[in-house]
Design a protein. Structure first.
Lengths: 97, 509
């Protein structure tokens, strides 16, 4: 993209296209009877954190499904995202150690 | 209240001309008319900008309408954290005139039926809060569904004259004054790594491209997935200070870092001090004046400094990995400005890196490696290759973290000519040195169980010896540096990135 500064034209190193933000999914009023996905991104102690989260979620009447990302530093595989989207009503992600 | 229809709108966005229909398609629209030079406009953008995404999700499309060119609008909006739509109107500012603007900022709420539901002039937090409440009402949501503007001081601030309301020549003069100093403008636009840059004029970028098709894409640059067209890569090379003859090396390095197996995504956003080491082999080193001799890892040589910098600028400007923004590095390191090393193949007793990796000696090749900053290793006293190999290897024992053994990712040793000569004289091959180093650095698991350590160490029998590296292949050996002085260096890895070493041939222009 060419931009004009004063009387000169310059080539922008930036991809100036602006993406329209994706709207948030509708929030659920409560989780009783729902399926909650628990995603461990493979960071240190993510599993221990999700164990505690799972305890509280099950106490609230929801069932859980656990998933693990192959590696924390790369985006999740599309197949994994699809599976979570198909099987879970919401997802809790354990992000960092 | 008498209903007032919103005047038609025809303003420019990155995707083309936008009208009111598009802005009200999802519900209501909040139009914020601003100009670049107006401090109150900047204040409004700062305060309202972070709320736009939430408003959009709730059915209120927020759009800032600048009385400035689109590129200025995009830059200012980005700098001030505006997350809504960005629109621009050229002189004579027909949109501002149609809405009867006297002042910027002026905020106009337009309902789904394109009736004007309210207008706020200047920065007026209480009235803006009421306007957002009104938006909730016409969208049929409760009064808290859309976040109210923050009650930050001052609550009231008068705006500036709309350019539509002043003499057109005066308006043009105001617009010109902001762009008097092109060097400062580069900073203002964020087209920098903090150091001065060479402005990417059309002529300079064209010369950099050397006739190549600027529209050709090398792929998407993570994390923001900006498209690395050759034109943008060339703009980065110009900004970095490259000469056109360096460009094929910059392109090869860009192709290499964009290989998904390199995981530039992870390296770009990590809290680690992850740099992208660019190693150049083959005839192109001499052809473009890359230094592999005295001061090979330091300052003084344009090709070395600017090629690495161009790759980093691509990652930050096109890829959006801006330090302090999406680049979350806790400390960072100076190699993140750019780090390009040429191997001194002529002084090396061994096959060069690119030959090890399957290329012919006569090919020019760029290899990229995710790496930490270099650590100097002085050894002027070893009198045997075993002693020297031991000293070099143990210098890396604390790479990444003191007790993090083994490292699966590569540690890069840059061996100086005096050190490499000792191995040559003793008849040591590269592989023999690598295996000796691998075997030399071992500790018992029990000694490593303090603070941060690996799951392997944690689970192992305390008496078991653990190596610093997962295999000898985790040790990369290069030769570079001045002929005098016995100083080598090691660059530790990025860990947890699953990053592979990637090589790409340099294609002639």
């Amino acid at each position: 993209m060419t931009v004009r500064i004063g009387t000169g034209d310059y080539v922008s190193p930036v991809d100036e296209r602006v993406r329209t933000p994706e709207p948030l999914a509708p929030r659920l009023p409560d989780i009783a009877g729902r399926t909650v996905g628990l995603l461990d991104i493979s960071k240190n102690r993510g599993e221990a954190f999700l164990d505690r989260v799972e305890f509280h979620i099950e106490a609230a009447g929801a069932r859980t499904i656990r998933w693990t990302k192959e590696i924390f530093s790369k985006p999740a595989a599309l197949a994994l995202i699809d599976e979570i989207a198909c099987r879970a009503d919401l997802v809790v992600e354990a992000l960092a150690d | 209240m008498q209903e007032q229809r919103a005047p038609a709108l025809s303003v420019i966005s990155v995707d083309g001309v936008v009208g009111l229909d598009a802005l009200t398609a999802r519900g209501a629209a909040l139009l914020v008319f601003v100009s670049e030079e107006c401090p109150t406009s900047a204040m409004a953008l700062r305060n309202l900008g972070p709320l736009c995404r939430g408003w959009e999700a709730g059915g209120l499309t927020a759009a800032v309408v600048f009385e400035d060119p689109l590129d200025v609008a995009l830059r200012v909006a980005r700098r001030l954290g505006w997350t809504g739509r960005v629109l621009s109107q050229p002189p004579p500012y027909a949109a501002s005139r149609a809405y009867g603007l006297v002042t910027v900022p002026t905020t106009v709420l337009v309902g789904p039926d394109q009736a004007i539901e309210g207008t706020v002039v200047g920065w007026d937090q209480p009235r803006l809060a009421v306007l957002i409440e009104r938006a909730c009402a016409i969208l049929g949501t409760d009064g808290t569904a859309l976040a109210a503007p923050p009650a930050s001081e001052p609550l009231l601030k008068p705006g500036c004259s709309s350019k539509a309301a002043i003499d057109p020549e005066v308006a043009a003069a105001i617009s010109r004054s902001a762009a008097d100093d092109e060097m400062e403008e580069m900073y203002e636009r964020g087209w920098t790594d903090g150091l001065p840059v060479v402005p990417p004029t059309l002529d300079r970028v064209e010369a950099m491209l050397g006739g190549a098709d600027g529209a050709q894409s090398l792929g998407l640059v993570p994390p923001s997935m900006g498209e690395a067209t050759l034109e943008r890569v060339a703009a980065c090379a110009v900004l970095a200070g490259c000469r056109p003859e360096y460009f094929p090396v910059v392109v090869a390095a860009s192709r290499a870092v964009l290989d998904p197996a390199f995981n530039l995504h992870g390296q770009g956003v990590t809290t680690q001090p992850a740099g992208q080491l660019v190693v150049v082999n083959g005839p192109v080193r001499r052809a473009i004046g890359l230094n592999s001799g005295m001061g090979a890892l330091g300052p003084g040589f344009r090709a070395n400094l600017t090629i690495g910098r161009a790759v980093r600028l691509l990652a930050t400007l096109c890829g959006g990995a801006v330090p302090g923004g999406l680049d979350r590095a806790t400390l960072g390191q100076m190699g993140k400005i750019g780090f390009c090393v040429a191997e001194d193949e002529e002084a090396s007793p061994w096959e060069p890196l690119h030959v090890e990796r399957g290329f012919e000696a006569g090919q020019s090749v760029v290899t990229v490696i995710g790496s930490d900053a270099p650590l100097n290793i002085s050894d002027h006293r070893s009198r045997s290759p075993e002693d020297l190999a031991y000293v070099l290897a143990w210098a890396a024992a604390s790479a990444w973290s003191t007790n993090w053994w083994p490292l699966a990712e590569p540690s890069v040793f840059v061996i100086c000519p005096e050190h490499s000569a000792m191995f040559r004289d003793a008849g040591w091959s590269k592989q023999r040195l690598r295996e000796y180093m691998f075997t030399a650095v071992r500790r018992q698991a029990g000694e490593l169980r303090r603070g941060e350590t690996t799951p392997l160490v944690h689970a192992a029998d305390p008496e078991i010896a653990i190596s610093k590296w997962a295999s000898p292949e985790s040790i990369v050996l290069l030769v570079a540096g001045g002929e005098a002085g016995r100083y080598s260096a090691v660059l530790g890895p990025c860990t947890g990135m699953g990053s592979q070493i990637i090589s790409r041939e340099v294609e002639s222009a």
